[in-house]
Design a protein around this ligand. Structure first.
Ligand SMILES: [Zn+2]
Length: 411
């Protein structure tokens, strides 16, 4: 036997890098996640698998309920099904979006469609136990009210308004979240819900949500949140780029080129956030004797046509544009989405961003670059938190695991 001589690979060719066999049931399932119904013959043609293998995989997926028959006749008990499609109701997800003063929680299906939701005024500064107990209590209420089996919970996703080390699910020195530093958010939620929990910062999940809903065909996208603070989330090659520790995209504390002496809450001077955030604009308006203390006040003034608010928004857009022009050169996105509460104030902010980015970036980087307003608005975080869980838990290896682990609970 000489076949093995000189072969250094440790796995057979039909095993993929993530350890699943090529077109295991979990891999075959990925094709169906786009929602388009397919026949066995179509699946065999797309994968190159034998019809008998496809039939075996499809039967296993049908038994798990992750796919269902797509023919009307079959579902009413007529002839056996010939076409199959993803069943987004097979399981469900809890998605939480925690802001500085407000919390939202939703129950979604496996397509990140919101089925039920709840929101409350809640201070993140009250500490992790109070906030996460709210998620625990309201989450279980939503599950009960929807009449769902707690065992069908696929996972819990949560976004927090501060830096998070994604691999451990722990916040790291979050400035506006006293008591949260190093807290095991992931472990706490997994304990309470008996399902996987994933944690990320709020801007990253907003980027995921916006990308999933509006830009899934744009592999390189940048999402900029302009609210009380400023931050961004990067989608690179269709995936969230978190960087080595999860700190990628934290653009609020980059220093503006035309430095100012404004002191930022981080201790440095001239940070973008200290000059162009909703809080900064509100402070500038207040200094001119106009009543404003939050980004929502700024939005209300702008919508009411207040000239000074509009001018300050335009200038904030230009300042953000200065930093984004550098990001465009480094990252070359095809879409920049401007989101967060301040983006709801109308066109002035985004006009300022466009003015500078198109002027300051090289033609090749901007010839097809689109700079647009967020289409998901305040739903971005919830949808993104759900997408984070779904993408993790419905990956090929996880689906294979799910199917071998508990077939009885899923039927
Ligand atoms: Zn700063």
């Amino acid at each position: 036997m000489l076949e093995g001589v000189g072969v250094t690979t440790s796995r057979p060719a039909y095993v993929q890098p993530d350890g699943t066999s090529m077109y295991s049931a979990g891999s075959l399932f990925q094709l169906l996640r786009d929602g388009r119904p397919r026949t066995r013959a179509e699946l065999a043609a797309e994968t190159g698998l034998a019809r008998s293998t496809v039939t075996q995989r499809v039967d296993a997926l049908l038994a798990s309920n992750l796919i269902g028959p797509a023919d009307k006749a079959a579902s009413t008990g007529g002839r056996p099904p010939t076409r199959f499609a993803f069943n987004p109701n097979a399981r469900y997800v809890l998605a939480a979006d925690i802001g500085a003063t407000h919390a939202r929680l939703a129950l979604t299906d496996l397509a990140a469609e919101v089925l039920a939701q709840s929101a409350d005024d809640l201070l993140v500064a009250a500490g992790p136990e109070i906030v996460l107990d709210w998620v625990d209590r309201v989450g279980h209420d939503l599950i009960r009210q929807a009449g769902r089996d707690p065992r069908d919970l696929l996972g819990v996703g949560i976004g927090l308004p501060g830096p998070v080390e994604h691999s451990t699910g722990r916040p790291v020195s979050p400035p506006i979240m006293p008591g949260w530093d190093g807290f095991d958010v992931q472990g706490y939620l997994q304990d309470r819900f008996g399902a996987v929990a994933l944690v990320d910062n709020d801007v990253n999940i907003m980027a995921l949500g916006e990308h999933n809903v509006a830009w899934s065909d744009a592999p390189h996208m940048m999402f900029v949140k302009v609210a009380t603070g400023i931050g961004s989330g990067l989608i690179s090659d269709g995936r969230l780029h978190r960087g080595a520790q999860g700190a990628a995209g934290d653009m609020g504390h980059l220093q503006l080129p035309h430095g100012t002496d404004v002191v930022c809450r981080c201790g440095n001077t001239g940070c973008l956030e200290a000059v162009a955030s909703g809080a900064a604009i509100a402070a500038k308006l207040a200094a001119r004797g106009i009543e404003a203390s939050t980004s929502f006040d700024v939005v209300a003034l702008a919508r009411g046509g207040n000239i000074e608010a509009l001018q300050l928004l335009r200038q904030a857009g230009r300042d953000i544009g200065e930093v984004l022009a550098a990001a465009v050169s480094l990252f070359n996105p095809s879409v920049i989405v401007i989101g967060g509460s301040l983006s709801q104030a109308g066109e002035h902010l985004i006009a300022g961003v466009r003015e500078i980015v198109y002027r300051r970036s090289l033609p090749l980087a901007t010839q097809d670059l689109r700079i647009v307003q967020s289409s998901t608005g305040d739903r971005a975080g919830i949808i993104g938190a759900a997408v984070m869980v779904i993408d993790h838990a419905l990956a090929p290896a996880q689906v294979d695991l799910l199917m071998s682990a508990a077939p009885a609970a899923m039927s």
